[in-house]
Design a protein around this ligand. Structure first.
Ligand code: ADP
Ligand code: GN1
Ligand code: MG
Length: 372
């Protein structure tokens, strides 16, 4: 972490930004990259803000491949969206070129940095406040998938291998359980048992994909609710961000992650498990928004929307648990035990989503029927 804003000033000076650097400030949401807001003043006194980000190279072993993907996706979306979308100031994510002409710079202490426009008048949410936000966020991620659907899948690189291969996430957890590198296993045996009891469902989507029943598309792969910028006044979803994991994938994981992060009125690391809840109106708004935004969904995808939240909550819980057992090497934490708190929250959500399965399935069927 950098607290001294002269370092951000140095990094910012590598990019073709006009005006005088005023200040740099760290942005704390997000578990992966180091993100800073940089404020500049132009000669005419106008203030412009930018997002300066260092790609986490422990997570993304080939940061330049990430940048190639991001460049391709942002330019594709910009050329399509800016022609038709003039509301919300027509805000989309754009990379600013570095002075050398490429879209990234190397910072003083190493690392690959990039600069985006700051999406103005917007904020992100950790907890969804109303059904309009839920509908809007799901619509934005659904539309995002539609917008990139005409990029050939083979043109986008796989920047993290097997990112949403849930059975492989399970195998990894079991290897770490066997090794117990930090001596933390004794306190999490109930959580490990919880996962083992659900082993049979982990390969559901991968199996459908192997059988050719689920299409591989270019997907976002990290559709959690704080990865979409919402207009502070109108709650409109203005712009999808965090494009590092855009890769060939399954749309069901994208929809599932929306469910995981939007149905409960609680934060991802809520310790009071009795507060976790499945708000059905939120689920309905998510399903409606996603179906309205993404026109290409096939019947098998629609049939599995209700199950998607269970699978990704289980997968994400396994990833948090693995990281806890490994000593918090992957996800940023603010306090000890936070990855275990996050895992427990995911597993409680799995239980509640299981209880609501029939209701959720019914809801999706009604929505799909209304559209057919
Ligand atoms: P991470 O991979 O660490 O989650 P993100 O790209 O999601 O990184 O960025 C972290 C946070 O920074 C976001 O949740 C959002 O609040 C803020 N942010 C990122 N990009 C922008 C942007 N272009 N405009 C405004 N805020 C942004
Ligand atoms: C990470 O980068 P961020 O905070 O939006 C992670 C996601 C997890 C999420 C859990 C590259 O997302 O896969 O679902 O944390 N991103 C990466 O909150 O691993
Ligand atoms: Mg993020």
């Amino acid at each position: 972490m950098i607290n001294d804003d002269s370092h951000i000033k140095d990094v910012a000076s590598e990019f073709a930004i006009a005006g005088e650097f005023i200040e740099g400030e760290e942005v704390h949401s997000g578990h992966i990259n180091a993100t800073y807001k940089a404020t500049f003043k132009n000669d005419d006194g106008r203030i412009h803000r930018y997002i300066i980000q260092r790609i986490n190279e422990k997570v993304f072993k080939d940061p330049l491949a990430v940048m190639r993907n991001v460049e391709m996706v942002t330019s594709h979306i910009n050329s399509k969206v800016l022609r038709v979308k003039r509301d919300s100031g027509g805000q989309t994510l754009s990379l600013y070129p570095a002075r050398g002409g490429s879209f990234f710079a190397s910072g003083r202490g190493g690392g690959i940095w990039r600069c985006y426009n700051f999406i103005e008048g917007c904020r992100t949410y950790e907890v969804v406040a109303n059904t309009r936000q839920a509908y809007q966020a799901a619509h934005a991620f659904g539309s995002f998938q539609d917008l990139v659907s005409d990029i050939p899948v083979e043109d986008i690189e796989e920047t993290i291998a097997d990112f949403h291969n849930t059975p492989k996430r399970y195998d990894r957890l079991m290897r770490v359980v066997d090794m117990d590198p930090c001596g933390r296993l004794a306190e999490v045996t109930a959580e490990v048992d919880f996962v083992v009891a659900r082993k049979a469902i982990l390969s559901k989507f991968i199996d459908l994909e192997k059988r050719g029943d689920l299409p591989v598309r270019i997907t976002h792969n990290d559709t959690k609710i704080n990865n979409v910028m919402m207009d502070v006044e109108s709650d409109e979803a203005v712009c999808v961000i965090d494009l590092d994991t855009v890769m060939p994938g399954l749309s069901l994981y994208d929809f599932g992650d929306l469910v995981r992060t939007a149905v409960s009125p609680t934060a991802e690391d809520e310790r009071d498990l009795s507060k976790i809840d499945v708000r059905m109106p939120m689920f309905e708004a998510l399903a409606e928004g996603y179906i309205d935004g993404c026109h290409c969904l096939c019947d098998v995808e629609l049939d599995n929307l209700a199950f998607a939240g269970i699978l990704i909550s289980l997968e994400t819980g396994m990833r948090f648990l693995t990281d806890h057992l490994e000593g918090d090497m992957y996800f940023k934490i603010q306090q000890d035990g936070q990855n275990l708190d996050r895992a427990r929250t995911q597993f409680r959500l799995v239980e509640l989503l299981e209880e609501h399965q029939a209701e959720m399935q019914n809801c999706v069927r009604c929505l799909a029927k209304a559209r057919s």
